[in-house]
Design a protein around this ligand. Structure first.
Ligand code: FES
Length: 361
């Protein structure tokens, strides 16, 4: 990892949440429960400044996300600003509300990459999960346009109780759509997904069957598919190195300009987040209280503090430690060495076929 000269690593990626508006209602949306309104969104000139500052800080990639970024009329100007700043731009889109005409304009303005999520290989199930009739057909149609324009396409699949049995057909669908990269990962239980935890949580038998599918797929499609984790945290024994370590690799700017070390950071009480309207991105990265809260290991407790893996997993996820153990400095309860690990099995056992509480603005 590169250093910016003052001992704090340089970030590599910027997640730009351009808006929280979205036509879909996915019950695992990573947006917060309290969504930002359109009236508070940063304008394109401010985003252009943020992109220049990000590039100055060492950021290489900007992920244009939301909500649905195409809900913004000025998306072409925003894409152009990312290109002007020298950033590699990745549009993370629901594909609903993005027309082939707009896609063509974005390609002309310098868009580098498109990422589309698919909810399931079965269309009726996919539409039900997205809370939008016809979403699946529109995603398939837009994926074809992306490939036609010669833009690299990543297909992203979020796996949970309703679709975990179909990892293989979902991968087959992504390949048929022309994906050059496929990402498969289990729902992360924060925000709307935490609200819907019971409805999304698979059974242990479902997880074991999915692990078998994934092993086969990894062999067949070596190097072409990124399968992060199909095992939900609640069934795991080791925690994930969440966001590559707090304040080490990435920044997340909300539609209203607040800068977060991770998308869920606002759940941790007492953290002070700075806004790009008042501070430069470099100031925020280097000196803001929220970014410095969990850097290094001064904040760590046992068993993390003396653990040989602390440089690899950074004690797991700070947000999950707070949400499950009530203490953001505790070891992530996912770790089998955590004194709170026993909390997880009963929560996983609450999985049930209950209706979704769809995300809504
Ligand atoms: Fe916030 Fe993991 S989601 S640290």
């Amino acid at each position: 990892m590169t250093s910016n000269g003052i001992g704090i690593p340089a970030p590599l990626g910027l997640l730009a949440e351009l808006t929280h508006r979205c036509p879909l209602g996915c019950p695992y949306c990573s947006n917060p429960i309290a969504l930002d309104n359109r009236s508070g969104e940063l304008d394109s000139a401010t985003w252009a400044r943020v992109f220049r500052e990000a590039a100055g800080l060492g950021v290489l990639q900007v992920h244009l996300s939301g909500g649905e970024p195409a809900a913004r009329r000025d998306l072409p100007e925003i894409v152009e600003a990312a290109r002007a700043a020298g950033l590699y731009s990745n549009l993370i889109t629901s594909a609903v509300g993005l027309t082939p005409q707009t896609l063509s304009v974005l390609a002309d303005r310098g868009l580098d990459h498109v990422q589309i999520s698919i909810q399931d290989s079965e269309q009726a199930s996919a539409d039900h999960i997205a809370g939008y009739k016809g979403a699946s057909a529109r995603k398939r149609a837009l994926a074809a346009e992306v490939v036609k324009f010669g833009l690299p396409l990543t297909v992203n699949m979020v796996v949970h109780r309703a679709n975990i049995a179909r990892v293989e057909p979902m991968v087959d669908l992504a390949l048929a759509l022309g994906a050059s990269r496929i990402e498969v990962a289990h729902v992360q239980y924060y925000g709307w997904a935490l609200e819907n935890r019971a409805a999304l949580m698979p059974t242990r038998e479902q997880v074991e069957a999915a692990v078998g599918q994934v092993e086969r797929l990894r062999k067949i499609h070596q190097g072409r598919i990124v399968i992060d984790a199909v095992v939900p945290d609640y069934y795991a024994r080791f925690p994930k190195p969440c966001v590559g370590g707090w304040g080490r690799r990435s920044l997340n700017v909300t539609p209203a300009g607040k800068v977060l070390p991770c998308h869920a950071a606002e759940v941790i009480p007492g953290l002070e987040f700075w806004n790009v309207r008042e501070h430069s991105l470099a100031e925020i990265w280097r000196t803001s209280p929220a970014f410095n809260a969990f850097r290094g290991d001064d904040w760590m407790q046992e068993p993390c503090k003396s653990c040989a893996l602390k440089e690899k997993d950074f004690g797991g996820c700070r947000c999950q430690a707070f949400l499950l153990a009530g203490d953001a400095c505790a070891a992530d309860p996912v770790c089998h060495l955590s004194p709170h690990h026993a909390l997880l099995a009963p929560l996983a056992a609450q999985g049930a076929d209950v209706p979704y509480n769809y995300r809504h603005l």
